[in-house]
Write a protein that binds this ligand. Structure first.
Ligand code: MRU
Length: 359
């Protein structure tokens, strides 16, 4: 059975509380955009694509029951305001911001059309949010397909060993996953010789979530601490490192979970190709380089305590950036998208062409 982190039907949204995994699988209801903001902020749902989907669906369920907004202008204003609010929950991933921009412009255009009613505007908005969930799974399957095709071409169809970081699977997306989608696709073809996942300190998305997904899907896999990557690459014949992305900017620099940059450096030293796997919605052409990306800093408790138990010396100062920026020059394999695998240098132009053809 597929892992389901988001359960949705018109007017109802439940999310799997990722803070309780892997020991408890509990779904919690999200009834409005305020709940949506809170579950994103607390990281009960996380992963850039899942954040955007849950954020938008939280507003869709709020509107499904809405009787408060009696004019088109009033409803449009409410939706745009709530979308803006949802973006503020977590700043680094671009997907929620991109969805907010797209939906805001759709809602504004619709509100300006004559003959529009509160019901037609609401229905269209809800449908757009529902489509995001459907579309994300299809997009991820294509990322998996292109990534697997590419890695198997490089390996001359021999089974591969892949190292991944953080959690980019069903739990971080609408389903299937991005970087973990590539691992899944290779496993489906019986070409995943072995997957390695990092623990991903300080919040352990690797040991809590990725390891859980790998075990769930019975993919041969081993967990390592983040500090073991260099030795792993030295001792094992790792075919590729494949990670996800929270934001890829115009020049290909990529924001992803803290620890990604050091993996890319280690990969370069060991001549192991380094790939970023992400949907085109993670691409942000409005920023020229990674220096412009705002990196979220999280509470020091994520470092000093594990499940409420203090593990760091009392009184120590902490620095807890949630993400780092991997320069495009270290993304040596390329960027795996739903349209194909592109070099960082070609990414902007190739994605623009693909998106034009797709629309
Ligand atoms: O802080 P998180 O857990 O929301 O981090 C996001 C991630 O899982 C990643 O950095 C990931 O690679 C991108 S989302 C598929």
């Amino acid at each position: 059975m597929a892992l389901l982190s988001i359960k949705y039907s018109r007017g109802n949204l439940d999310i799997l509380d990722q803070l309780l995994l892997p020991t408890q699988s509990k779904y919690i209801p999200v009834t409005n955009s305020e709940d949506g903001w809170n579950v994103i902020k607390k990281m009960q749902v996380r992963g850039a694509p899942a954040i955007a989907i849950v954020g938008c669906l939280s507003l869709a369920v709020e509107l499904a029951e809405d009787g408060e907004h009696s004019t088109v202008g009033d409803l449009a204003h409410f939706i745009c305001d709530r979308l803006q609010y949802l973006v503020t929950a977590r700043p680094t991933g671009v997907n929620m911001g991109e969805a907010s921009k797209r939906l805001t412009s759709l809602v504004k255009d619709m509100a300006a059309e004559s003959g529009q009613t509160v019901d037609t505007l609401r229905e269209r908005f809800i449908k757009e949010c529902e489509d995001m969930l459907e579309k994300d799974i299809a997009v991820n399957k294509n990322i998996g397909k292109y990534g697997a095709d590419h890695l198997l071409t490089v390996s001359k169809n021999q089974p591969v060993k892949v190292l991944t970081h953080c959690n980019t699977g069903s739990l971080a997306t609408g389903g299937y996953g991005t970087a973990l989608g590539v691992v899944r696709a290779l496993h489906e073809r019986e070409k995943m010789s072995h997957a390695y996942c990092t623990e991903t300190r300080p919040y352990n998305q690797g040991s809590r979530l990725t390891a859980y997904e790998l075990v769930h899907d019975k993919i041969p896999a081993t967990l390592i601490c983040d500090s073991m990557a260099a030795l792993l690459l030295e001792q094992q014949d790792i075919s590729a490192i494949v990670v996800g992305a929270d934001r890829v900017v115009a020049n290909g620099d990529t924001a992803n979970k803290i620890g990604t940059y050091q993996l890319a450096l280690v990969a370069k030293h060991h001549n192991v190709p380094f790939y970023v796997a992400c949907p085109s919605t993670s691409f942000d052409p409005t920023l020229a380089s990674g220096k412009e990306i705002k990196i979220e800093e999280r509470a020091s408790e994520e470092m000093t305590s594990v499940k409420g138990v203090r593990v760091a010396a009392l009184g120590i100062n902490c620095w807890n950036p949630g993400f780092d920026i991997t320069p495009a020059s270290l993304i040596t394999g390329g960027v795996i998208t739903e349209f194909g695998v592109f070099s960082t240098g070609d990414l902007k132009a190739r994605l623009a062409d693909c998106l034009k053809m797709d629309s």
